[in-house]
Design a protein around this ligand. Structure first.
Ligand SMILES: Nc1ncnc2c1ncn2[C@@H]1O[C@H](COP(=O)(O)OP(=O)(O)OP(=O)(O)O)[C@@H](O)[C@H]1O
Length: 713
């Protein structure tokens, strides 16, 4: 299965939409609510999420008080010239250092200037310049994290650069900037933002990397979405909670640092008022006029608390807002612009859709091989099964077909021939053109391949539009057709649902529909039925079988289930420890297996035996698939094989198995075939201990060690 390192973002909870959305839904019908009796819901999780955040703000008394305070402060500050009783520089020598009076509600300073007027006059500047720090710091840190998460090399460069930035003494740099540009507060706050961005980057990087590892990001890559598209659509929304919380924190920090700078004399030039400068002035009269400290200190403290209260409330939102999504007006405009067209007929794949893999090797950057010398062919309209235990290299082989190997793993040799092109190690630009359009992928966990923040309809329609370059209405009709093609009867309803609202089987059908969006000629299915119950498994296999028959699409089916192989595959390649050990037509392999590993898999499979010949105890294979670093030089299955002999220590080539174009990698293949030997249930550790029983001789008649002697001979 495709690895994933982090849980998917939490899915949004449903809320009612407004009338505007209802109107939009009437046009597009992709955004209506999923439950009958409720008002239609927006399909766009962004609007959803924004409303949800607004609800959270309203539900939090602290946040409501914080917003009220900040709004009042800004409005009061911006309108100060019209309502304040005094100008900031007006001096009243009859009331120097006074406390609150009818003339001066908050008192006066040492020059008789009105504190109320000066506090409110300074507010807008303080808040505005703090916002500069937020925009620069959080913006730069987030962008750097998104870029770094998209590539290992870039991450190395950016991380080293930010480490250097974090090691620099921030205070000294700020003082140096002041020395160079003077007390230009906007510039100083912007520089402060740059310094802070290194810390923000560290906070965001882990989250962005985790989001990049999600299966739905792999699915987007398969659909040919560019790196920028993935960052904007799948990573940024997942970061927005953190962005909001960090912004609130940095806003408060910015205000405090600004006040601190003014306190030590690096604030706005005198007589311009600033909160820090006023606190500094008050500190000189702490004994003779202690009240002077109270109004300014209280306003600063209240503003910091208000910012934090808002951040706390927003931080509790269950998911990020998605402001990158189109607005309702934009959606209406696009819907109107899209010509309503009839859905196209299903595509018939080109006859050239044949895949030939030759000597494919995949390895870790450090040199450890994971897959060696794998060859197989997939003809048009046929299904190849890649079968084997966990860790045999099936997924690595399958992912290399799409150029989606995990970071640090690469194709190290061989060819993947598709339409006359070699896709092995092809540049990303070439693979972006192939993925989704020529070769598509469905994975084991469809739920995680679907982004929980968007409706099925949004994901399907946007994928169809991107891959086919058609209008919204046409794409929607196509999406409905695709859902019906994969056996979904109430397709219109499913289009309106979010992934968390549908079952696993339904999600897999949707994932198959998504994979079919670009009319691929080859579908790579990585254990598509493993996570489903048996009934649903059978339904999904039936869908795939019908698609292959109706469209001529080919399938590479990764599975460890021989029942699936028997059910749907025309040919099969049995993999063990990174090698193909046997391949050929499915009927030949299942009826006349030639490799001991294939024998063992069949003996261990309850489906391979009919009720009549079902053994009392199914066979097991002792031991485990060896780790790539532990592969022996000879037969890799030798240590677990009931038939291993001295000839197995030398490297074993693939040789014709004698049936059609089948091949097998075992020096004893002929002997096994001639003697009709079977893999038996045994607890005896397998290595070189032979407990072979003929089909014709009851096991109790064979003395222990009989075959050891035969092997020695
Ligand atoms: N990202 C990775 N880096 C290094 N080695 C890896 C990585 N992913 C998988 N491997 C190793 O590559 C080998 C083949 O793994 P692969 O996932 O292809 O096996 P598989 O047969 O598909 O198993 P499963 O059915 O469990 O997915 C295993 O030894 C595995 O440990």
């Amino acid at each position: 299965m495709i690895p994933s390192v982090a849980p998917a973002p939490v899915a949004p909870a449903p809320v009612a939409a407004d009338a505007e959305d209802t109107a939009t839904n009437a046009v597009t019908d992709t955004t209506a609510g999923a439950r009958p009796g409720r008002r239609p819901r927006t399909a766009f999780a962004g609007l959803f999420s924004r409303r949800l955040s607004a609800r959270r703000l309203v539900a939090s008394p602290g946040a409501v008080a914080g917003i009220t305070w900040l709004v009042a402060l800004v409005v009061a500050s911006l309108t100060a010239p019209w309502w304040l009783p005094y100008k900031t520089e007006d001096q009243d020598f009859t009331a120097v250092l006074s406390g609150p009076t009818a003339a001066h509600w908050l008192g006066t300073d040492e020059l008789g200037r009105d504190l109320l007027s000066r506090i409110f006059a300074a507010a807008a500047g303080t808040l505005g310049t703090s916002l500069i720090t937020v925009i620069v710091g959080v913006g730069l840190g987030t962008i750097l994290a998104m870029v770094a998460a998209a590539g290992v090399r870039t991450e190395g460069v950016i991380s080293r650069a930010t480490e250097i930035m974090m090691s620099l003494p921030g205070t000294v740099i700020i003082l140096a900037v002041i020395g160079a540009v003077g007390t230009n507060i906007p510039v100083i706050m912007a520089i402060l933002g740059v310094l802070i961005s290194a810390g923000i980057y560290r906070v965001m990087l882990g989250q962005a990397t985790a989001l990049q590892s999600q299966l739905y990001v792999d699915a987007a890559k398969v659909d040919g979405v560019s790196a920028l598209g993935i960052s904007m659509r799948h990573v940024l929304p997942g970061l927005s909670n953190t962005i909001v919380v960090q912004s609130a924190l940095i806003f408060a920090v910015g205000m405090l640092i600004q006040a601190g700078l003014a306190f030590i004399g690096f604030g706005p030039p005198i007589p311009q008022p600033s909160w820090g400068g006023m606190i500094q002035g008050a500190s000189q009269h702490v004994y003779d006029a202690p009240w002077l400290m109270v109004p300014t200190g209280a306003v600063l403290a209240l503003t910091v608390v208000a910012a934090n209260a808002i951040g706390n409330a927003l931080g509790k939102s269950p998911n990020a807002s998605a402001s990158h999504l189109p607005s309702a007006a934009e959606r209406r405009r696009r819907a109107a612009a899209s010509a309503v067209a009839a859905p196209e007929a299903p595509a018939v794949p080109s006859p050239s859709g044949r895949l030939s893999v030759r000597g494919l090797s995949v390895g870790v950057d450090g040199g450890t091989p994971l897959v060696t010398d794998v060859s197989f062919d997939v003809g048009q309209g046929t299904v190849l099964g890649l079968v084997g235990e966990s860790g045999c290299g099936k997924t690595m082989t399958a992912l290399s077909l799409l150029g989606l190997l995990p970071s640090g793993v690469a194709v190290t040799g061989g060819q993947i021939l598709w339409d006359g092109r070699n896709l092995a190690g092809a540049p990303e630009g070439v693979m972006e053109g192939v993925r989704g359009r020529d070769i598509a992928l469905i994975s084991q966990e469809p739920m995680r391949a679907l982004d929980p923040m968007f409706t099925v309809g949004y994901q399907l329609v946007s994928t169809v539009r991107r891959l086919r370059g058609i209008g919204k209405a046409e794409a929607r009709a196509e999406a409905l057709g695709l859902l019906e093609k994969v056996g979904i009867v109430d397709a219109a309803r499913i289009l309106r649902t979010y992934p968390h609202q549908i079952s696993g089987g339904m999600a897999q059908r949707v994932a198959i529909a998504l994979a079919l969006s670009g009319r691929p000629r080859l579908l790579v299915a990585d254990e598509p039925t493993t996570a489903l119950d048996v009934t649903v498994q059978a339904e999904i296999l039936s869908v795939l079988r019908t698609l292959v028959k109706d469209t001529g699409m080919s399938v590479v089916m990764v599975t460890h289930d021989l029942g699936v192989v028997a059910d749907i595959c025309d040919t099969v390649a049995v993999m063990y420890a990174g090698q193909v050990v046997e391949s050929g037509r499915t009927a030949n392999i299942l009826d006349n297996p030639r490799h001991p590993y294939t024998l063992a898999l069949l003996a261990a499979d309850p489906h391979a035996n009919t009720a009549a010949d079902m053994p009392e105890r199914l066979a097991t294979i002792n031991g485990q698939v060896p780790q790539p670093k532990d592969w022996p030089g000879g037969c890799r299955f030798m240590a677990r094989c009931q038939f291993a002999g001295s000839a197995c220590v030398a490297p074993v080539p693939l040789v014709p198995s004698g049936s059609d174009d089948g091949v097998v990698r075992c020096v004893k293949a002929d002997e096994l075939a001639v003697e009709g030997l079977e893999w038996v249930a045994t607890d005896v550790p397998g290595h070189r201990v032979l407990d072979v029983r003929s089909r014709d001789i009851p096991s109790r008649d064979i003395p222990s060690g009989d075959n050891v002697e035969r092997d020695k001979a």
